[in-house]
Design a protein around this ligand. Structure first.
Ligand code: M6R
Length: 614
């Protein structure tokens, strides 16, 4: 939520800032702004709405602005104060010489604001951030040292923040700090970058330093100094980013979402490579660091996650319970953190998160860590805050996901759960060996089967056109695919704004069936296996209420044509693995409906990719 970027060096700053903000647009897109130093003066440019509006504001003054070699920028997802130009960052102190950009929430801003107003500060915006600008400026007026002013002010702040600060009187210098929000520094030749996330800097450098909480970094074109909250200078831990800039481009696809859907076969292949070595050998998952004896005697597993990651967790629960005979609870992190959970040192707590920066999940993980649980993190970002909390880390290696709607990261989370469940079942000797061999054999075939689904995306596209004008959508499933129904519905909701709901098909008759009529499409996820006949009957019940019926199935039964108006077929696989294949047509259906309706697929309204506020 909110993205920040900064640059000090020998190049023109503005293009670097705007390019960085473009790459951070997935973090928020309701307003944006930059501050640059021109002729010794700090100038701010801001705009409400999409980043293009800021670019339009800057265009007429571009010849002036390009001369600046230092600046900071911000893209906002509003928390305090409406998404207006006045609330857009940067924010300045009263004299306008000090400006800041901020990602996070200042929890004690009301108290600080009262204190600062009593001292004569005049507030222009409704944001919590402006408080920090005044606070640092007040300290600067006393100590005349920007780093020191930031250090002292930060001690007064409660909440989460990543901050970048510049001051007109401290030439070419950016001071940045963070607590419970991500921030990294990029190192170039006589230049430094600072950003909330890798995409903002990867075009320029792969050398980075990730800031830890309460560290303060001071950057000039020729120097970098890192200190802790007590002013002790710290050595730099320089890391090399494992990503290439090209992996963050659309590669010819119209949207990132479509590109990311198409990346899934390769992701499955990569994840499985080196893990299944001979079907009779145990699956190799060295990422799990719990010793095997402890693992055999775990009391329970708790999985915490949000959104799409929560749906992957539900499938994780299903297979962990079936293969390992261990009780697994799945809970939205936002609920888990506000109740007394039964968690102890014999509980394995699994945090699942694409970004590794979801605030609720980070809090849930930290709470269970305090109770002595082993923390296993399943994330797409091994460089994230959550990954740093992990005792065991499964990095799902899907590559940076740009589209706000998660697709390839969900697939990678699913594959990771299958590997984990098989790994644990083999250690615990808790399931039939032949079943595990069969599943490993099938897993290896999945990249090809997912390719086959993608090669037939036109069928889904036609279906999308036909149903794009529906006002509501119902997805039904049973058993392991209940989570697939929820995830399919979430995809449709978030990018097309159509009201879509997923139900366990058996629940339909307990209420939702009242909604059905000839205007409502019902999509039945009907995978062959132990609940196939049951969902077939539930589909009959829906058909009898005149609903428009769509089947997503791996059955070749010709009789389905009598019951369903449209049939989307996927290749056959074991029922346990069917969620991996079933989700792809649902991702495509959501994509093509949203695209047909002309929605902003990669940046749906009101959403942000990384939800860093509780
Ligand atoms: O980064 P995380 O996986 O922790 O994010 C959780 C949710 O915010 C995320 O899955 C969200 O629901 C996506 N927009 C789904 O497409």
């Amino acid at each position: 939520m909110c993205g920040i970027v900064g640059y000090t060096g020998n190049k023109s700053a503005i293009d670097i800032l705007l390019n960085g903000l473009t790459k951070l647009e997935y973090r928020g897109y309701d307003s944006s702004g930059v501050a640059v130093e021109i002729n010794g003066q700090v100038e701010m440019y801001k705009a409400e709405g999409k980043l293009q509006n800021l670019k339009d504001v800057i265009e007429p003054v571009k010849t002036e602005v390009v001369r600046s070699t230092i600046g900071i920028g911000h893209i906002r997802w509003a928390t305090h104060g409406a998404p207006t130009t006045i609330n857009a960052h940067p924010h300045s102190c009263n004299c306008g010489r000090l400006v800041i950009v901020h990602n996070g929430i200042i929890e004690n801003f009301k108290e600080l604001k009262e204190e600062l107003e009593a001292q004569g500060c005049v507030f222009k915006s409704q944001t919590d951030t402006e408080t920090v600008a005044h606070l640092i400026a007040r300290e600067f007026s006393k100590v005349k040292n920007l780093t020191e002013a930031v250090r002292i002010a930060a001690r007064r702040i409660e909440g989460a923040y990543a901050l970048c600060v510049i001051h007109q009187d401290v030439k070419d210098t950016i001071v940045a700090t963070k607590r419970n929000a991500p921030l990294l520094v990029g190192i170039g030749e006589n230049e430094y970058y600072v950003a909330s996330d890798v995409p903002a800097i990867i075009d320029y450098t792969k050398k980075t330093v990730y800031l830890d909480d309460n560290q303060i970094v001071t950057l000039t074109p020729n120097s970098i100094k890192l200190i802790n909250e007590y002013s002790v200078e710290l050595p730099l831990k320089i890391e090399t980013l494992p990503w290439e800039p090209v992996s963050l481009s659309k590669m010819g696809y119209k949207h990132y979402m479509l590109k990311e859907i198409h990346e899934q076969p390769g992701i499955i292949r990569n994840l499985l490579s080196g893990k299944i070595v001979g079907l009779d050998n145990p699956l190799n998952l060295s990422e799990v660091k719990i010793d095997k004896e402890t693992l055999k005697h775990l009391n329970r597993v708790q999985i915490v996650a949000c959104g799409t990651s929560l749906h992957a967790a539900m499938i994780g629960k299903y297979i962990l319970e079936d293969f390992c005979g261990i009780a697994v609870d799945v809970e939205p992190s936002s609920e888990y953190i506000y109740r007394k959970t039964v968690t102890d040192e014999n509980t394995l707590v699994i945090g699942v998160s694409q970004s590794g920066e979801t605030a609720d999940t980070i809090t849930a993980i930290k709470q269970s860590k305090k109770k002595g649980s082993h923390i296993l993190i399943v994330t797409n970002r091994p460089d994230s805050t959550m990954a740093r909390e992990a005792d065991s880390l499964i990095s799902v290696c899907a590559g940076i996901e740009v589209s706000v709607a998660a697709t390839k990261s969900y697939m990678a989370q699913l594959i990771s759960f299958y590997m984990l469940a098989i790994y644990m079942a083999e250690i615990k000797n808790s399931t039939d060996k032949d079943l595990l061999i069969k599943l490993k054999k099938e897993l290896i075939k999945l990249p090809e089967k997912t390719e086959e689904i993608l090669s037939q995306e036109n069928t889904v596209k036609l279906c999308a056109r036909k149903y794009a004008n529906a006002k509501n959508f119902v997805y039904i499933a049973r058993g392991i695919n209940n989570a697939t129904a929820l995830e399919g519905a979430l995809k449709l909701k978030e990018i097309s704004y159509i009201n879509a709901t997923g139900y366990p098909a058996g629940e339909l008759k307990h209420g939702p069936i009242a909604m059905l009529d000839e205007t409502l499409p019902v999509l039945s996820i009907m995978m062959k296996g132990k609940v196939y006949d049951k969902i077939l009957s539930n589909s009959e019940e829906a058909k009898a209420r005149n609903a428009r019926m769509i089947a997503l199935t791996n059955s070749t039964d010709e009789k389905l044509k009598d019951l369903f108006d449209d049939i989307i077929r996927v290749p056959d696989t074991d029922e346990y693995l069917s969620p991996i294949l079933a989700i792809i047509p649902l991702q495509l259906l959501a994509y093509y409906i949203a695209e047909f309706l002309g929605k902003d697929v990669d940046q749906p309204r009101n959403l942000a990719k990384s939800v860093t506020v509780e």
